[in-house]
Design a protein around this ligand. Structure first.
Ligand code: PLP
Length: 395
């Protein structure tokens, strides 16, 4: 059996999306910047996708700028905003310690290279940022607040609406990385007072290598990509038309099934969580529960075992899962997110993330519940760490 439980790393491009994209790899190859009528079809396709993406967020199409990825959208929001703020004497960025590396490494770059002051807000044991902490961190030098909508490792959904209201009141631009959230949650950029929002198509059954940055009318970071006049002079480079068309189609499909997917995923998520807690002793759920957790995220720590070992054992049984975020899985450092939640190194090392989605069935949940307890028990039986842990417990 092939059980794909890593939908947060990426999703398969859906057949309908692929179908919408295909003509733009073939006969509809015109460059949208050209003046002849043939290329106008490409331009029209991009504008349709812009409307599809905007409509899913309650944004205006003119507020959507396509990028090459979620990472690029994050880089643009942070570096572009801080570059612009410099002329106004503002050089302070507020973000959190659990952001994706696209944000954290951009913040570190700004700190090291541009002399920007960065406040990395802590989170509580479930991964929540406190709105009061955001409030208290604001100074008259603050140029931007960037707090992710939902965390990619543990699925915690942040109080974005409240942070948006606070930033609007204090007239500070607010950016949110919604790369994971946009695939699962209703987002209304107007009602939530969001000024900038990053997205990525491959997390929502669209193609890889295309993202978008929502920029509220009047909010303008400096350009990040310099060159031609594409994206209304704000993001140079010939457009990835097929990718953009796929993104638009994926978003429209997603919007139509969001509530249904949410209900199905949450029920399966909770069954898997309950089953693991019931069948595996000393299993610790990382992150929040219920509505405050992404409907597709299950993240556990199993004391006494290495997450990487579990991954290999699961892979041998046909199950694809993850430890930490996919992008950092080549590193053996414990996840910065789990450490921020207060987990000890040995617990952070023993973490495992299952992220379910359209490829998941009820049988897959049963199968994981069947094989995982045995795998954890076998690995624990060989583990000196587990022995030490038990000795400590029995003292
Ligand atoms: N932000 C978050 C929260 C993510 O989970 C990811 C990808 O895992 C990214 C940004 C980067 O997106 P992309 O893969 O499109 O560069």
């Amino acid at each position: 059996m092939f059980v794909y439980m890593d939908h947060t790393a990426t999703t398969p491009t859906s057949p309908e999306v692929l179908k919408a994209m295909m003509p733009y790899f073939g006969e509809k190859f015109g460059n949208p910047s050209s003046v002849y009528s043939f290329s106008r079809e490409s331009r029209a396709a991009i504008e349709k996708a812009r409307e599809q993406v905007a409509s899913a967020l309650n944004a205006d199409p003119a507020e959507i700028y396509f990028t090459g990825s979620g990472t690029e959208a994050d880089n643009w929001a942070l570096k572009g905003t801080l570059a612009k703020a410099k002329s106004k004497g503002k050089n302070h960025l507020i973000t959190t310690s659990i952001e994706h590396h696209a944000i954290l490494h951009s913040a570190e770059f700004l700190e090291g290279y541009e002399g920007v002051d960065v406040t990395y807000l802590p989170v509580d044991s479930e991964g929540f940022v406190s709105v009061d902490d955001v409030k208290n961190a604001i100074t008259d030098k603050t140029a931007l607040v960037s707090v992710m909508f939902a965390n990619n490792e543990v699925g915690t959904i942040e109080p974005v609406r409240e942070i948006g209201a606070l930033c609007r009141e204090r007239k500070i631009p607010f950016h949110t990385d919604a790369v994971q959230a946009a695939a699962h949650l209703d987002i209304d950029v107007k009602a939530m007072n969001i000024d900038m929002l990053s997205m990525s198509a491959h997390k929502m059954y669209g193609p890889k290598g295309v993202g978008a940055l929502y920029l509220r009318k009047g909010v303008f970071p400096e350009n990040f990509m310099h060159g031609g006049a594409q994206e209304r002079k704000h993001r140079a480079s010939t457009e990835n038309i097929a990718g953009i068309v796929g993104f638009g189609a994926a978003m429209e499909i997603l919007k139509g099934r969001l509530q249904e997917d949410k209900a199905i995923n949450s029920a399966r998520r909770d069954r898997l969580i309950a089953g693991i807690l019931e069948r595996i002793p000393h299993a610790k759920l990382n992150g929040a529960t219920g509505d405050k957790r992404l409907p597709n995220n299950i993240n556990f720590s199993f004391i006494g075992v290495e997450g990487e070992t579990l991954l290999l054992d699961l892979d041998a049984k046909g199950i694809s899962a993850s430890t930490g975020s996919a992008c950092s899985s080549e590193s053996l450092d414990p996840s910065h997110v789990l450490l921020s939640l207060g987990l000890k190194h040995e617990m952070a090392h023993g973490s495992l993330r299952f992220t379910i989605g359209r490829l998941t069935t009820d049988e897959h949940i049963d199968y994981v519940l069947d094989v995982l307890p045995e795998i954890v028990a076998r690995r624990r039986a060989m583990s000196p760490l587990w022995e030490d842990y038990l000795k400590g417990e029995n003292k």
